[in-house]
Design a protein around this ligand. Structure first.
Ligand SMILES: Nc1ncnc2c1ncn2[C@@H]1O[C@H](COP(=O)(O)OP(=O)(O)OP(=O)(O)O)[C@@H](O)[C@H]1O
Ligand SMILES: [Mg+2]
Length: 391
C-alpha cells in the first residue's frame, strides 16, 4: 500500500512538471507544492472505474459540485464527474429531429417531458428523444457534428449542440473548471478545429465555467495510462473520426486525426451491399464478431472495412512518426490504448494487432489494450485533466 502511494506521488510529480509545458495547460506552469494535491486527485481519478448511464428523457441537467470532463463527440456527448470511489458519467445522444409546430403537439411534448426548442415554426427534438421520433417515422436523426467537428451542413447545429450540452450540465456561478475534448487536426483534409474550439469555449464560458480543451487522443492517455506514467499511444476510434496521440509523461508529443470512424464503416458497407447505413450500424453494434469467419455478405463487408479503417489509421501513424521532427527518444517499448465505440466488437484487438504487424513504426510497442470502458474513456480523461487544473 505504501509503495503504491509513493509511486502515485512520483507520477503526480512527473505529471505536474511535464504538464506545465503542455499546450493544453492554459494556466501555464504551476508547480507549487500546494498544487500537487490536485494533481494527486487527478491521478487517483484516472485509476477509478466508471459508473455510466444514459440521460433519461425528462431528467434535469446535473449541477456540478467540482470539475467536469466533457466529451463532445460526433455520436454522443458525455459528461464525467469525480464522485467518491468512482467516476460517474452521463451520456446524451448528439442528434436531433424536427417536426412542424402545432399548439397541440407542444402540449403533448411538454406532458411527455420531451426535450425540445422551438424555432422557425418547427420543434427541434433533442438527444435520445430524437431517436425515438426518427424510429417512428422510419428515418434517420440529424447530427450537429460531422467527422468530429460542428457540421457546416446544419444551420441550427450550434444551437442544437448547445441545447444538448445544457441537458447534461446546468450553469454555474463559481467559474468551475470544465475540460472538453477536441479532435486533433485531420491529416486527410483541410478542416481546422479552431472554429469548433472557439464556439464551444465561448458557450461554456457563458454558462459560467472556466473552459479548457484536451486533445481526444491525449484524453485516452490520461484515462488509461496512469500505470505507465502517462506514456504511450492513446487512440480514440469514434463515430466520426479516429484521434491519435503519442504522449510522453502526459505531454502530447504528436497528435493528429483521420476523418474516418464508425460512420465511414457504416456508409461504405451500406453502399457496397445496397443497404441503408443505419441498418448496417444496427448489425455492427448488435452482433459483429471480428474473431470468427464472416457469416454473410454484410459481415464480409464489415470485416473488409474494419481492416481498411485500421490500415488507414496505422499507415497515417507510420507516416507521422517517420516524418516528425518532434520524435522523443523513448528507449523502452510503449503501450497502445484503444478507446471509442468502434473498438467494441469482439476480436477488434486481434484485428488491430494483425494490422500493426504490417507497418514499420519507429517505436517499439509493448502491448495493445482495449480501454476499460471505451465509450466513456474520453470524458474520463477530460475529467482527469480538469481535476489537475482546479485551483
Ligand atoms: N457495440 C458496438 N460495436 C461496434 N460499434 C459500436 C458499438 N457501440 C457503438 N459503436 C460505434 O461507435 C461509434 C460511436 O463511438 P463514440 O461514442 O466513441 O463516438 P464519438 O465520440 O461520439 O465520435 P467522435 O469521437 O468520432 O467524434 C459509432 O460508429 C457506433 O456505431
Ligand atoms: Mg469520441
Amino acid at each position: 500500500m505504501a509503495k503504491l502511494k509513493k509511486s502515485k506521488t512520483r507520477q503526480a510529480n512527473q505529471f505536474v512538471q511535464q504538464n506545465s509545458a503542455s499546450p493544453m495547460n492554459t494556466t501555464g506552469g504551476r508547480t507549487e507544492p500546494e498544487n500537487l494535491e490536485t494533481i494527486d486527485t487527478a491521478v487517483q481519478a484516472s485509476q477509478k472505474s466508471v459508473v455510466s448511464r444514459e440521460k433519461e428523457i425528462g431528467e434535469r441537467a446535473e449541477q456540478p459540485t467540482g470539475p467536469v470532463g466533457l466529451d463532445i463527440g460526433t455520436s454522443h456527448v458525455v459528461m464525467a464527474q469525480n464522485a467518491g470511489r468512482h467516476v460517474t458519467t452521463v451520456n446524451q445522444l448528439n442528434a436531433f429531429f424536427t417536426i412542424p409546430y402545432s399548439k397541440f403537439t407542444k402540449k403533448i411534448l411538454v406532458e411527455n417531458e420531451i426535450t425540445f426548442f422551438e424555432k422557425n415554426n418547427q420543434f427541434y427534438i433533442l438527444g435520445y428523444s430524437a431517436e425515438n421520433f426518427a424510429n417512428m417515422f422510419n428515418t434517420n436523426t440529424r447530427r450537429t457534428m460531422r467527422r468530429g467537428l460542428l457540421s457546416n451542413k446544419e444551420d441550427e447545429g450550434i444551437n442544437v449542440l448547445q441545447s444538448l450540452i445544457k441537458t447534461l450540465i446546468a450553469p454555474v456561478t463559481n467559474n468551475e473548471v470544465i475540460c472538453f475534448s477536441l479532435p486533433g487536426s485531420p491529416v486527410d483534409s483541410a478542416n481546422s478545429v479552431i472554429y469548433h474550439e472557439s464556439i464551444i469555449k465561448m458557450f461554456l464560458a457563458g454558462l459560467g465555467y472556466r473552459p479548457l480543451s484536451i486533445n481526444e487522443g491525449l484524453a485516452t492517455v490520461m484515462s488509461e495510462l496512469s500505470n505507465d506514467n502517462f506514456t504511450g499511444l492513446g487512440i480514440s476510434m469514434g463515430g466520426g473520426m479516429c484521434n491519435i496521440c503519442l504522449a510522453y509523461l502526459s505531454v502530447p508529443v504528436i497528435n493528429f486525426s483521420i476523418e474516418k470512424g464508425g460512420d465511414y464503416i457504416d456508409n461504405m458497407v451500406g453502399s457496397s451491399v445496397g443497404e441503408p447505413a443505419t441498418k448496417i450500424k444496427a448489425i455492427k453494434e448488435g452482433s459483429l464478431n471480428l474473431s470468427r469467419a464472416p457469416q454473410d455478405r454484410v459481415e464480409t463487408a464489415l470485416d473488409i472495412y474494419y481492416v481498411d479503417l485500421v490500415s488507414n489509421l496505422l499507415n497515417a501513424l507510420e507516416a507521422e512518426l517517420k516524418t516528425t521532427s518532434k520524435m522523443p527518444n523513448i528507449n523502452t517499448s510503449i503501450p497502445i490504448s484503444l478507446s471509442g465505440g468502434t473498438v467494441l466488437p469482439k476480436g477488434f484487438k486481434e484485428l488491430f494487432e494483425k494490422g500493426l504487424k504490417k507497418v514499420n513504426l519507429p517505436i517499439e510497442i509493448s502491448e495493445v489494450r482495449i480501454a476499460e470502458d471505451p465509450l466513456n474513456t474520453t470524458a474520463k480523461g477530460a475529467l482527469v485533466m480538469a481535476l489537475s487544473e482546479e485551483i
